[in-house]
Write a new protein. Sequence first.
Length: 265
Amino acid sequence: MVFSAIGVFDSGLGGLTVVREIQRLLSNESILYFGDSARVPYGTKSDETVRKFSKEIVNFLICKNVKAIVVACNTASAVALDMLSEKRTIPILGVVNPGARAALSATRSGKIGVIGTTSTIQSNAYLASIRSLDRNVTVVSQPCPLLVPLVEEGWLNHPVTKQVLEIYLQPLIEKKIDTLILGCTHYPLLKQTIREVLPHPIQIVDSAESVAKDIKKLLLRENLLNSELNRAEYRYYVTDMPKRFKEIGERFLQSTIDSVEMVSL
Ligand code: DGL
């Protein structure tokens, strides 16, 4: 790569929703993406396993000389970020804290809903992050394990997906949340359908958008922004099925993926 890139990693292709937001805000920045497609999903795995996989990926990205790392995967951010940050030699950002902060500035009633994978919700990472900033806020969490496969199937507006969302979101609506955090890489693709299911005034917070704003601030602060214009390069590494990654990934990214390289860790 001509310029040192931002490293972004995820369990698979969902993290491309984060890449899309970074590209929108930082069009000069090169991005090196790593999708662990051989071992996806992380959202149903133990914390120990997700930590082990995340550490291997961070080592890979550091060997590629990235200047900062964004943990796009909510599950990895929730269970592995503290461990990854302990021995870090470059800045590492996760999606949980930026999403929690954005939800706190959006809420008026102090009742925030969070949806995510089973592991993310079980970790209580969003709850802990929100409560560390404001102890008086109520957080209502809901695991939504069926949503990742539905999104990868492309059933974004399908009646089945809508019905599944109605079931998952009902308890949050009953608890009268006024803000909902999309705590999973795949959920931004469901934003429209989620809006249709939620009563009108509930605000949606997309952790992908929040972390993109934070990485921009961080690069500015650390003097790491690429000042050369129009020289951004994008590289994609996966651990399995590069063809599937390209096909489905282009839907997530909403632009073309030129080439995908398969690697083993
Ligand atoms: N990337 C994961 C997340 O954001 C969803 C897919 C998975 O379970 O690995 O939590």
